[in-house]
Design a protein around this ligand. Structure first.
Ligand code: HEM
Length: 544
């Protein structure tokens, strides 16, 4: 679906790129009967609930405390999926507020759309996230959010940005194919998650700033920035479970001292780049390109006005802090999400070789690429029109996101007392979180085969991609704050996946090694995803 058409559609139904999808759920369709407090709960809780019921206000069952989350930190999403299977919607007790976790699509629709103004980031999320993300689109509500959403939606819908980003994705996919080809020739194993991380960072950096970071080819600056970026993301998530973080911050010790150091690395790098760019862009009389010297004195040609920052500069936004926040939020939004999804996708294809073959077959049939094409020539065939025809690939990526959503839990703050569609009440100040990870695995939502990786569930009888309600498939959120980069992400993932699967076959280096997530803001694979690649017969080995 072209970005330009987004505004003409209901912006908060789950539109897959170029694919027709059903509209949102009816409220009753997925509503479960409120659960009576089970035997698992202590008598105090039952008494509490009965008192509240007498007053006409029922609160969701208490499934544990925040301490349980800490104790289960390394298997947090398993733990929360188990709780969601028992309770669908439940509360965890924390010292400052009730935390309500829901896997009920009717509740999700209510929070994200029906009563959208009553559930937002709030002061709680803002204080946790703003250290890293400033006043960017991820941390703010109200007018500040509306303004950024409006400007960013417009920019993302322009053909200039779409064409520019597609050409960046193709170039970086070709670069990655070259690295994988060398590893295949020398029969070396590689950490494909690490390669995707570098490649998507380079891509989003180029689209955000117009500058090559080149972390894929090991530029020291890119690696330093990428490490600081990884550590900051992890340390920021830690704030959600470590209630002592404000004290540590005040004393500048432990995790908070580390976070501060990492944010400084990020800021130094970004501010230098922003200042250089503002100077160069304002001094340049030539409209087509400007030269930019980065902090390590490397010199780049920036295609003027194609990248996100230039487009904001064009709107006379020259406050370095504002520009830093905008671009950093896009980097955070666009890097880990697509890289982790591509990693889990390759993992799933290694676990299901017949599905890997099916995707490769579709790419071959849709591109009709002749056998002697180089990586570059092949990438050039991946136009939007061609990508739109790859229904099975789209389904396999969506199926990956169902089971391994890049954002596994997403928390909002309730701004005033409210009653959710399941009949239970939430209070002002409660944290209310929907759970894409748990929801993707629930039989009550996806059927008995919920835990199975089966792209076919997304394909209709005519072989076309069939979307799901965004209140059921919540990987991209839903409602007015639905992911702004959804189409962008699918386009990037489809370009990378189609080029790589057309040229290579992937196998896990060690089939017996367990693969697990690492608990972070995004659903990373813990450690590395080591795979071996094999050239497919007929794919010419060339990086040009
Ligand atoms: C597989 C890839 C992706 C997934 C699963 C994903 C998922 C999400 C989710 C769950 C949110 C809501 C987060 C929140 O509550 O704050 C979100 C928001 C957002 N995403 Fe994505 N995202 C992906 C890729 C991207 C890309 C590539 C970009 C842009 C380059 C992007 C830009 C954004 C922005 C700007 C928002 C904030 C929207 C708002 O608050 O109005 N995303 N995304």
């Amino acid at each position: 679906m072209p970005w330009a058409t987004m505004s003409r559609q209901d912006p908060w139904t789950d539109h897959g790129a170029g694919h027709p999808e059903p509209v949102g759920l009816g409220r009753t369709e997925f509503r479960l009967a409120p659960r009576v407090l089970g035997a698992q709960l202590g008598t105090t809780n039952q008494t509490l609930s009965l008192e509240q019921e007498k007053k006409g206000k029922k609160r969701h069952p208490i499934a544990g405390t925040m301490l349980n989350q800490l104790l289960n930190f390394n298997r947090l999403h398993h733990y929360m999926t188990d709780l969601a299977t028992k309770h669908y919607t439940y509360r965890l007790i924390s010292p400052f507020r009730s935390e309500v976790y829901t896997a009920d699509p009717a509740n999700v629709e209510y929070i994200l759309k029906t009563n959208f103004p009553n559930f937002g980031k709030g002061w709680y999320n803002y204080t946790i996230l703003s250290g890293l993300l400033g006043d960017g689109i991820f941390t703010v509500d109200g007018e500040k959010w509306r303004h950024q959403r409006k400007v960013s939606s417009y920019e993302f819908s322009t053909k200039v940005l779409r064409d520019f980003s597609s050409s960046v994705f193709r170039r970086n996919a070709v670069k990655l194919a070259g690295i994988i080809s060398n590893a295949a020739t020398s029969k070396n194993s590689m950490d494909i998650q690490d390669l995707f991380m570098k490649s998507t960072l380079d891509s989003i950096f180029k689209v955000g700033f117009g500058v090559e970071l080149d972390s894929t080819c090991g530029s020291s600056e890119g690696t330093l920035f990428a490490n600081a970026f990884n550590d900051s993301s992890e340390l920021t998530l830690w704030r959600y479970v470590d209630i002592t973080w404000p004290i540590k911050k005040f004393l500048n010790i432990g995790s908070e001292a580390k976070l501060k150091k990492n944010i400084k690395v990020i800021d130094d790098f970004m501010y230098k780049l922003i200042r250089t760019k503002i100077e160069k862009v304002s001094n340049s009389k030539d409209d087509s390109a400007v030269e930019c010297i980065t902090p390590d004195h490397a010199c780049f040609l920036i295609e003027k006005k194609e990248d996100i920052m230039s487009r904001f500069l064009d709107l006379n936004e020259t406050d370095p802090r504002y520009l830093r926040d905008i671009v950093l939020n896009f980097l955070v939004a666009g890097r880990d999400t697509t890289a982790t999804t591509l990693s889990w996708f390759i993992y799933m294809l290694c676990k299901h070789p017949h599905i890997q073959e099916k995707v490769a077959k579709e790419v071959r049939e849709v591109t009709k690429a002749s056998e002697d094409l180089s990586f570059g020539d092949l990438a050039a065939t991946m136009t939007e029109e061609i990508l739109d025809k790859m229904n099975y690939l789209h389904a396999a990526l969506s199926e990956t996101l169902r089971l391994y959503p890049a954002v596994p839990v997403d928390a909002k703050i309730c701004f005033s007392d409210d009653t959710l569609p399941d009949g239970f009440s939430v209070k002002k100040g409660d944290m209310v979180a929907y759970q894409p990870y748990a929801m993707g695995r629930m039989k009550s939502i996806w059927g008995e085969d919920a835990e199975e990786f089966r792209p076919e569930r997304w394909i209709d009888e005519n072989g076309m991609f069939r979307g799901e309600s965004s209140f059921k498939f919540t990987a991209f959120q839903a409602g007015p704050r639905i992911c702004l980069g959804k189409e962008f992400a699918y386009r990037q993932m489809k370009i990378f996946a189609s080029l790589l699967l057309h040229c290579f076959m992937f196998k896990l280096t060690d089939e017996s090694k367990p693969v697990h997530y690492r608990t972070m803001l995004n659903l990373h694979i813990n450690g590395a995803l080591n795979v071996r690649a094999f050239h497919r017969p007929g794919c010419k080995i060339s990086t040009t």
